[in-house]
Design a protein around this ligand. Structure first.
Ligand code: 13P
Length: 334
């Protein structure tokens, strides 16, 4: 298969109404935090048990068409000794891989950060492809504050995202481009809209400069919402209106799919907002989810690290996946 055909095949598998992506790519410090909340130690074996539980959830493939894995998971095996990427494939779920190496402060840009990981990316991708990965994810974050994000952070992160996306496509790997405008802060929704428009505009300019094939990528953005500490919260309809207003301005119609992150929204909020977005008038892209916390939080709480609670955790995950699957069709009812 040619590189172009590989990219098209993966996009076709990842862009389907009624389904979305599960982000299960928490880095070691992040999964340790999630496990600490359920009094579970983050050992390699516990991470393997948890990720097996997730990927072995019966019928998860009805509502999930892709899963983003952390590097370690690619080489771990499920309860029956089958490598976890194959466990996903068995369910019709395409395995993907987080390839960025996390963020560091951006020099001379107080309050802003930059994401690392471009060095050696080509070689790492070869290894990930051999282990079954067909798409990748790279996350950049933008803090909202009086002077953040600054021009330098907006330009540099856009450039890094576009370099990563171009390298992935050269290997036949579909890039998920994730510019996350963080929900932290007390700013109103208008400020989130203003920053997101600027960020996305710059990202698509850089993607154009790096000749990234827009038809062979997915965008994973945050929704347009007020800051978490803002006194007035927005209704799902307001979030949907603002999100589509901004995205229609800056996301080309050639992009096949937008898979939102949940970014600190509660599981139910994330479903309600996605549903409201999909109830709006026609738009050019498939609008779906790529949720981490909003899909996994109820499952983690049900599991608590206990072997006899695996089935309860799986049914909590299945339920949230189903609700979000319905939300991609604008068919969710509480
Ligand atoms: P959340 O949905 O928890 O924001 O996670 C998505 C993700 O992959 C962040 O990089």
């Amino acid at each position: 298969m040619s590189i172009k055909e590989q990219l098209r095949d993966t996009i076709d598998a990842l862009v389907q109404g009624g389904k979305g992506i599960l982000a299960a790519d928490e880095s070691s410090p992040t999964i340790a935090k999630r496990f600490a909340a359920i009094n579970t130690e983050s050992t390699e074996e516990n991470r393997r048990r948890y990720r097996s539980l997730v990927l072995e959830t019966p019928d998860l493939g009805k509502f999930v068409n892709g899963v983003i894995l952390f590097e370690e998971t690619l080489t771990q095996v499920g309860s029956d000794g089958v490598p976890l990427p194959q466990v996903a494939m068995r369910q019709g779920i395409v395995p993907g891989i987080k390839v960025d190496k996390g963020k560091v402060p951006l020099a001379n840009a107080p309050g802003d950060e930059i994401t690392r990981g471009l060095d050696g990316l080509e070689e790492r991708l070869d290894a990930y492809i051999a282990l079954g990965a067909r798409f990748a994810k790279w996350r950049c974050v933008y803090h909202i504050d009086h002077h953040n994000p600054g021009r330098l952070a907006v330009a540099q992160n856009a450039n890094v995202l576009a370099s990563y996306a171009a390298i992935c496509q050269s290997k036949g790997v579909v890039p998920i481009v994730e510019p996350e405008v963080l929900i932290d802060g007390d700013h109103p929704i208008e400020r989130c809209a203003e920053v997101s428009e600027q960020v996305l505009h710059e990202v698509f300019h850089a993607l154009h400069q790096h000749r990234v094939i827009l038809e062979a990528m997915l965008l994973k953005p945050s929704m347009i919402t007020p800051g978490k500490a803002h006194p007035g919260q927005a209704t799902p309809e307001q979030v949907a209106e603002w999100t589509l207003k901004v995205f229609q301005r800056v996301v080309p119609a050639a992009v096949p799919g937008i898979n939102f992150l949940s970014g600190g929204q509660t599981p139910v909020e994330a479903t309600e907002n996605l549903n409201a977005i999909n109830c709006m008038v026609k738009r050019p892209w498939n609008l779906s989810f790529s949720y981490g916390r909003a899909l996994q939080e109820p499952a983690l709480k049900a599991w608590m690290g206990q072997a006899d609670r695996v089935a309860a955790a799986q049914s909590a995950l299945y339920h949230r996946a189903k609700m979000n699957g319905l939300a991609t069709l604008g068919a969710y009812t509480p």
